[in-house]
Design a protein around this ligand. Structure first.
Ligand SMILES: [Fe+2]
Length: 245
């Protein structure tokens, strides 16, 4: 009996896990990165997110050299242009950004920081193949600038080992789970890593990292994970909420 309870899986959308969620990681500003391609797509994404229970969104366009026009000023302008077109949708949209920790990152620390909504958390990521040599200097730079680094999807950095995760947490990084890592969206290795980090209590926050409508519809059509994760995931969602209340 115990075995069955431990291994029981649920469809997290059908089970209502996303009901009331504040999503703090997605790419909904049209045509500024690899997320939404148009206003119409952004509207479809928000309507679909709303339909699965998401109630509030912080959108987090990429800031890194692949998108040289993106910085805190231009993205703020893009949001202001976008908002009047979404006023009829019943879902508040705030701005943050997902900053790549690379050689161009420090220039952004000198500008107004684009933290998540009005919180003091700065969303950061590394490449999926390796961290920059000066990773800890960059993390210290975030803290010296008055923000708290929140590392996006640490489970997807398969190059990291346990010692690296512990060191990052000790250096002051909060970890943000990509919710759909748990359902196998990025493969079994990432799912397994996500389960390990979740079971060790290393995550503080959770996001969906939604990019495009086709992929999002497919993702939510079958999103299964272990039922026993409901409580820890709800705890992470409460932490998300606590950023904005
Ligand atoms: Fe992202």
């Amino acid at each position: 009996m115990w075995w069955f309870a431990k291994h029981k899986k649920v469809d997290i959308v059908a089970a209502g896990w996303l009901e009331g969620m504040t999503d703090i990681h997605c790419h909904l500003i049209p045509a500024v990165d690899d997320g939404s391609r148009s206003l119409d797509e952004t509207r479809q994404l928000l309507e679909t997110m709303r339909s699965v229970g998401i109630r509030r969104v912080v959108t987090t366009p990429h800031i890194y050299r692949r998108y040289p026009n993106n910085d805190s000023n231009t993205l703020q302008q893009e949001l202001e242009r976008l908002l009047p077109n979404l006023a009829d949708l019943d879902i508040p949209l705030m701005l943050g950004a997902e900053h790549m920790l690379d050689e161009g990152f420090e220039a952004h620390l000198a500008k107004p920081l684009l933290t998540l909504g009005n919180s003091n958390y700065l969303l950061v990521e590394t490449s999926f193949v390796g961290a920059p040599l000066d990773l800890y200097r960059l993390i210290q730079g975030v803290i010296s600038a008055g923000a708290i680094p929140m590392l996006a999807h640490p489970e997807r950095y398969l190059y990291m080992n346990d010692a690296e995760y512990s060191r990052l947490r000790a250096a002051g990084c909060a970890f943000q789970l990509n919710l759909f890592s748990l359902t196998g969206m990025y493969g079994e290795q990432v799912a397994q890593r996500a389960r390990q980090l979740l079971e060790r209590g290393l995550y503080s926050f959770v996001g969906t990292d939604t990019h495009r409508i086709e992929r999002f519809r497919k993702t939510i059509s079958s999103a299964k994970t272990y039922a026993r994760y409901e409580e820890p995931i709800r705890a992470l969602m409460s932490r998300n909420d606590s950023l904005f209340t």
